[in-house]
Write a protein that binds this ligand. Structure first.
Ligand code: CO
Length: 175
């Protein structure tokens, strides 16, 4: 089921999400719904707090493009990451980022180039993963959500001001 996405500046985006201790049906339904929600909005990553659930769970699906330039996000290729912990971070790189909670805004954000993390899957089994490419960016972006942080907080003061002004103008009628 597609759930509503929490949109900035909703205060829930500032919550520090809680560790998952029950790897039960409720968690599995949450993860399934998060996948449907993410795909419905053409996103590549989503944290549970973005559907209003303050649990340390996130999903990432970076689709490989086929020859028609069509990106398919198969469910079986979705990374489901529960209770992630950074083991290592190194280097610095800038990538353009966007966020389903701040739709239509894309900014270059500086993050570690390489990360390795440990996490649990939906059954509570432990895994580790490392990357020095776009997955590394996505992992850092989504794990930030678990800490109550969104990517625009990493902008310079001037760019942040510009963003807030533009955002208020765009959402004047809905806020
Ligand atoms: Co985001």
């Amino acid at each position: 089921m597609v759930r509503d996405i929490v949109i900035y500046p909703d205060k829930r985006l500032k919550l520090i999400s809680k560790e998952v201790t029950s790897f039960d049906n409720e968690l599995h339904t949450l993860l399934d719904d998060m996948y449907e929600t993410m795909v419905s909005k053409n996103g590549v990553g989503l944290a549970a707090i973005q559907v209003g659930v303050a649990k340390r769970a996130l999903i990432i699906n970076i689709p490989p493009e086929d020859e028609n330039g069509e990106a398919k996000q198969l469910k079986e290729n979705t990374l489901e990451i529960i209770n992630p912990i950074f083991i290592e971070k190194s280097g610095v790189e800038k990538h353009q980022e966007g966020c389903l909670s701040i739709p239509g805004i894309y900014e270059d954000i500086e993050r570690a180039k390489y990360v390795s993390i440990e996490y649990q899957d939906r059954y509570g089994e432990k895994h580790s993963i490392e990357d020095d490419n776009f997955l590394a960016v996505a992992l850092q972006h989504e794990i930030d959500h678990l800490e109550g942080r969104v990517f625009i907080e990493k902008l310079s003061f001037i760019k942040r001001k510009k963003f807030e002004k533009e955002w208020k103008k765009r959402y004047r009628n809905t806020l």
